[in-house]
Design a protein around this ligand. Structure first.
Ligand SMILES: Cc1cc2nc3c(=O)[nH]c(=O)nc-3n(C[C@H](O)[C@H](O)[C@H](O)COP(=O)(O)OP(=O)(O)OC[C@H]3O[C@@H](n4cnc5c(N)ncnc54)[C@H](O)[C@@H]3O)c2cc1C
Length: 418
């Protein structure tokens, strides 16, 4: 029989989002807060991110991932939050019951509020469907990072990286420093996927070639990767015939995107947004199912941990206040917009709106439409898909009447690194 317990707030996932949410629930007056983490340690992805670049936005200093995590772990230790590590949440019901297991046995926890903070996972080779055998030597960039920084293994010596996302860029530098040869980074789009600062510090400073509008079209080698074939692509990303070339390597790293981890959310029948891959949320990071909140990368892939912390703190407080549902504005991504989060606006008095552009553009105007009318515009000099635009909700004069609002970004497209 599972042990049954009750909690004011149960937080699933002990990464930066879960830790910040649990802390703020406790500080907002929750009497019993359970933080469930399937790993043996708290911190989520942070312990393997030993590079600096965390905390610049909220603390004005560049910490490493482990340093950032440690601040929250120490703060949690000063509260009554019950952090249950080595504990995997396996089932979630719409009635807010979490079924979990750990070495002590099975648990059934009934909560007044549940905060989802399960993070995201990396896209894999199978999802990309690159033809070829299934040899050893193909890793996602985050797994390679775990192998190098936590387990102490070098995944390969001659490496090609597919995708110019931040994890790939950071791993290009890390593997070079460990003595591997990073032969090139190949990007299917015509512009950078990661942050410009990561391009400069991890690619340019190490003279690693970066090829835009190219992709890997074949993996060669039976037991172990021996080479990859790279091809130029057209504007739609389709490989152009005739331009293929073989690059010898023993390892292919994939840095081709992250997917919010929402199996439990689906079980609990929480409505999900096809754009973010996570639950629809309002500015409190409350989902469309009463009593459920979602924050951090499970809600939408955020580029900076600082933003994850900001939204998780809001979710943690809101989970204790448990305000009754009310009518909300519904935000839609229009032209030039990849995602907006939150997508529901309850009052718009405080909190933030994060907008991810579809393309790199300069001379940018962000417009908010109510029916056929623009009611707010914001000018920005430059925007990139790798950097969410963060707006203060209170700056936006939200219409009185609740309804659908379209967000649009227009500007002059720029290519490459700029
Ligand atoms: C390689 C890499 C480099 C990065 N570099 C930077 C950087 O330089 N600067 C920066 O600001 N940000 C950086 N980031 C982004 C930052 O790390 C993330 O934004 C942040 O970790 C997201 O926090 P999270 O809590 O949402 O998810 P995660 O950190 O992924 O944590 C989710 C946690 O939930 C747990 N979990 C999942 N499912 C369950 C379950 N069923 N039961 C129990 N536990 C569960 C997982 O084990 C995990 O610990 C980087 C990310 C990566 C991957």
């Amino acid at each position: 029989m599972p042990r049954s317990i009750r909690g004011d707030v149960v937080v699933i996932g002990g990464g930066p989002a879960g830790m910040a949410a649990a802390l703020s629930s406790w500080e907002a007056g929750a009497k019993s807060v359970f933080l469930l983490e399937r790993n043996e340690y708290l911190g989520g992805i942070l312990p393997q991110c030993i590079h600096p670049g965390f905390g610049l936005q909220i603390w004005g200093e560049e910490l490493t991932g482990p340093e950032y995590a440690e601040i929250f772990i120490e703060n949690l230790n000063r509260t009554g939050v019950e952090a249950m590590t080595d504990t995997a949440a396996l089932e979630l019901t719409p009635e807010r019951i979490v079924k979990a297991v750990n070495p002590q046995g099975a648990w059934e926890i009934k909560a007044n509020s549940i905060i989802l903070s399960m993070g995201c996972r990396e896209r894999t080779r199978g999802m990309l469907q690159i033809p070829g055998y299934r040899p050893a030597g193909i890793f996602t960039a985050g797994l390679a990072q775990y192998l190098v920084n936590i387990a102490g293994y070098l995944p390969g010596k001659d490496i090609v990286i597919l995708g110019s996302g931040d994890i790939g860029l950071i791993m290009a530098r890390r593997l070079t420093l460990e003595g591997a040869r990073v032969k090139m980074v190949v990007e299917i789009k015509n512009s950078l996927s990661g942050l410009v600062r990561n391009y400069v510090q991890c690619i340019q400073d190490f003279n690693i070639p970066l090829l835009f509008s190219h992709t890997v079209t074949e993996v060669r080698g039976k037991e172990r990767v021996e080479a990859v074939v790279i091809s130029e692509v057209d504007e739609e990303g389709n490989p152009l015939s005739g331009g293929e070339r073989e690059v010898e390597c023993d390892t292919l790293l994939l840095s081709v995107g992250l997917i919010p981890e929402n199996e439990l959310s689906r079980q609990a029948k929480i409505p999900l947004s096809p754009q973010t891959g996570g639950p629809w949320v309002d500015e409190d990071f409350s989902t469309d199912l009463e009593g459920f909140f979602a924050c951090g990368n499970v809600a939408s892939v955020f580029d900076l941990v600082d933003y994850v912390t900001l939204v998780a703190e809001r979710a943690g407080r809101a989970a204790v206040l448990a305000r009754p549902p009310q009518e909300k504005h519904i935000l839609r991504a229009g032209e030039g917009v990849h995602t907006v989060i939150p997508q529901r606006i309850r009052e718009g008095k405080d909190g933030f709106l994060f907008i991810r552009p579809q393309k790199s553009m300069k001379g940018v105007t962000v417009s908010f439409w109510e029916r056929e009318k623009i009611f707010y515009q914001k000018k920005i000099s430059i925007c990139r898909p790798s950097e969410m635009i963060k707006l203060d909700l209170a700056q936006i004069p939200w219409p009185q009447e609740k309804g659908e609002i379209k967000v649009e970004i227009k500007g002059t497209e720029i290519q490459g690194i700029s």
